[in-house]
Ligand binder design. Structure first.
Ligand SMILES: [Zn+2]
Length: 363
């Protein structure tokens, strides 16, 4: 019987212990290899020339042979002007990728030390960069789509209400205002912080391999307008879409897609294999991160967290070094952070981000 991937030797080519023993120069070279994919060549961020540029070891920088621009491994990235050492930065990225359900800032602080705010902004810079660098390529083949409710739970009262005999036949209060069939898309009976994360997952061509790519968006309700805008943006025509039987997905056939729906009140998977279990799998991971790690995700930053979980789902079968390289290259390509640069000086994100493309419910 083949062993699970994460039990194999290939899954962990690198450990935190090895990273913690690196000297500052070794850590800088390690990050440079992660970013540019090569140990002895660098890409000048000014003129873009790939070469073995002059190494100024005392300044931990390189000087371009062609335009004399001086740069470091974190120039033009969210980590520009970082105060922590390269060794700690490498350890932080490693800690981020090995925690499958997310990493709390207080946990990271226990690993790299320093102030809580350093870990807090570092993790948010990573999340923001992952959110900003989502591929715009459209999906093909079989795509599963579903929506999940997150955040904004109503608090329970201090005292229990005494039930009268008439109440016994009624739907319990905790379910009555969440029952979808009784709630129109326009009515919004939830807590104002409640949001719907809609996920689209593209399947591997081979059956049983699961999903290969995940895209997420945040909406105020699971309504037809948002679903159609999302599908139009992310899915190629003539693809097959699997969903549940919610009316929001009712028009997909008219839009030119092959639409198959599963009746969740009867079954999780149809006899012919139609299901949306990979979308549920994403929600499973995201829900565990909400309950177990982050506890409270506000709407303003929900897309960042959802994109983090989407990245974790897509990278779930890659080894730790591959995950680190993928994350570091993606984060570096995002440029200097607009929302988290100068956070400690009072700079804040002003608006809630639902998705980069305008959706009908975006505010
Ligand atoms: Zn240059």
């Amino acid at each position: 019987m083949p062993a699970h991937f994460w039990l194999s030797k290939e899954a962990i080519p690198l450990t935190l212990d090895e990273l913690s023993l690196l000297s500052e120069d070794q850590a800088r070279r390690f990050l440079a290899e992660m970013r540019w994919g090569c140990a002895d060549k660098q890409v000048c961020p000014d003129c873009g020339v790939v070469d073995s540029h002059y190494d100024i070891r005392t300044r931990k920088q390189w000087r371009c042979k062609h335009c004399s621009h001086t740069f470091s491994v974190t120039t033009n990235t969210p980590f520009a002007d970082h105060k922590i050492s390269y060794r700690k930065l490498a350890m932080a990225i490693f800690a981020f990728v090995i925690n499958q359900k997310g990493l709390a800032a207080l946990t990271l602080r226990r690993i790299i030390g320093g102030h809580y705010r350093t870990s807090f902004t570092l993790l948010h810079k990573i999340r923001e960069a992952v959110m900003l660098t989502v591929s715009t390529e459209k999906m093909n083949g079989v795509i599963e789509i579903d929506g999940g409710h997150f955040s904004g739970k109503k608090r329970k009262g201090r005292k229990k209400k005494e039930s009268t005999p008439a109440d016994k036949n009624q739907v319990p209060a905790k379910y009555s205002n969440q029952h979808r069939s009784k709630v129109g898309a326009s009515a919004f009976p939830f807590h104002p912080n409640r949001r719907i994360v809609i996920v689209l997952r593209e399947m591997f061509g081979e059956a049983g391999k699961g999903a290969s790519r995940t895209v997420v968006a945040v909406c105020k309700s699971e309504n037809a307008a948002d679903v159609q805008a999302l599908v139009k943006q992310w899915v190629n025509e003539r693809s097959t879409i699997h969903s549940d039987e919610l009316p929001a997905y009712g028009n997909l056939k008219l839009m030119g897609f092959v639409h198959e729906a599963v009746n969740h009140s009867e079954e999780f998977s149809r006899d012919d294999g139609v299901n949306e279990n990979q979308a549920e799998s994403f929600f499973s991971r995201m829900r565990r991160s909400c309950f177990g790690i982050y506890h409270r995700i506000t709407p303003k930053y929900m897309l960042d967290y959802a994109c983090e979980m989407a990245w974790r789902e897509d990278m779930r079968r890659k080894n730790t070094k591959h995950q680190m390289r993928s994350l570091f290259q993606r984060v570096c390509s995002a440029g200097v952070s607009s929302d988290w640069f100068n956070y400690s000086h009072g700079h804040r994100r002003m608006a809630e981000i639902m998705f980069q493309a305008p959706l009908s419910s975006a505010t």
